[in-house]
Design a protein around this ligand. Structure first.
Ligand code: GLN
Length: 276
């Protein structure tokens, strides 16, 4: 017979930077309970079935699989999102895009576009905060579109429309007040692609050519054709790409160009505005 406290004490995840948290999340999921249940009932006996599920989860985590993929879900903003291996796992740093978008535009009706939506994280977070906005979320990958649509339906966010498009390709003639994107931006040779959790994420969501700027260049160059006068473009990028992205924005005629700093102190997003 095993109890909750001893399962947690004996859970070894030496390679994880968040060992205890991972073990708690995985045990709570194996039991179908919340993390606070574990703290409230440390002496509770765990069935052998649940203990086996937990052991399987731990061995997957030891092999490097991210907790979010094992659980099939990840928190972002105030939402619980389904995640799957064909999309990026939403990062806390990306909440800076959401915060900034909420500051830029008033709560009155507006049209916004999320390019490369993946799980739908950015689009759904904005739609949940701004019921008056009409949010278009696009992704090139059909499985991502289906996933974002499932998240949209579960969260009942009827002001979001999800559809398949490679960047702007399926959006001829449509214009927005705000375009937002967390595109792939890692350099093809970046050593961080072969270590840790990102090994399990799709390279289509991470890698963008030799300098990591291939997709950002396309998104910025075509943005003026899809923004209304005075519209904003708001982009996440690599920690050392801010100056390049600001330069690309200025070259395309954007004004009010600036960058903002993420939780780790890096310039992580940049933005600009089309003249009115
Ligand atoms: N910030 C992510 C990472 O460093 C990359 C996300 C992206 O390419 N859009 O793992």
């Amino acid at each position: 017979m095993t109890i909750i406290a001893s399962l947690l004490r004996n859970a070894q995840l030496p390679d994880s930077p968040t060992e205890r948290l991972d073990a708690e999340l995985l045990l709570a999921a194996a039991l179908g309970k919340s993390r606070s249940y574990l703290h409230t009932w440390p002496e509770r006996i765990v069935s052998s079935e649940a203990a086996q599920v937990f052991a399987d989860f731990l061995s997957r985590r030891r092999a490097g699989e991210p907790v979010a993929y094992i659980l099939g879900q990840q928190g972002f903003w105030k939402l619980d999102l389904e995640v799957a291996p064909h999309t990026l796992i939403p990062r806390p740093d990306t909440e800076l895009l959401v915060e900034t978008a909420l500051e830029l535009l008033p709560a009155t009706p507006a049209r916004m576009l999320d390019l490369g939506t993946g799980t739908g994280a950015i689009a759904l977070a904005l739609a949940s905060e701004r019921p008056a906005w009409q949010v278009m979320a696009v992704d090139r990958i059909d499985a991502a579109v289906a996933l974002a649509e499932r998240n949209r339906q579960r969260l009942q966010l009827n002001n979001v429309h999800v559809r398949t498009s490679h960047w702007y390709d399926a959006l001829d003639g449509e214009r927005f007040d705000l375009i937002i994107s967390n595109p792939p931006y890692i350099r093809a040779e970046d050593p961080h692609l072969v270590a840790g959790d990102v090994r399990f994420e799709p390279s289509s969501a991470l890698v963008a050519g030799q300098d990591g700027l291939d997709d950002l260049r396309v998104i910025i160059a075509q943005a003026p054709g899809h923004l209304l006068p005075g519209g904003w473009l708001l982009l996440e990028h690599g920690y050392d790409q801010a100056a390049d992205v600001r330069e690309l924005l200025s070259q395309q005629g954007f004004g009010d160009v600036c960058s903002r700093i993420d939780l780790g102190g890096h310039e992580r997003i940049s933005l600009g505005r089309l003249p009115c």
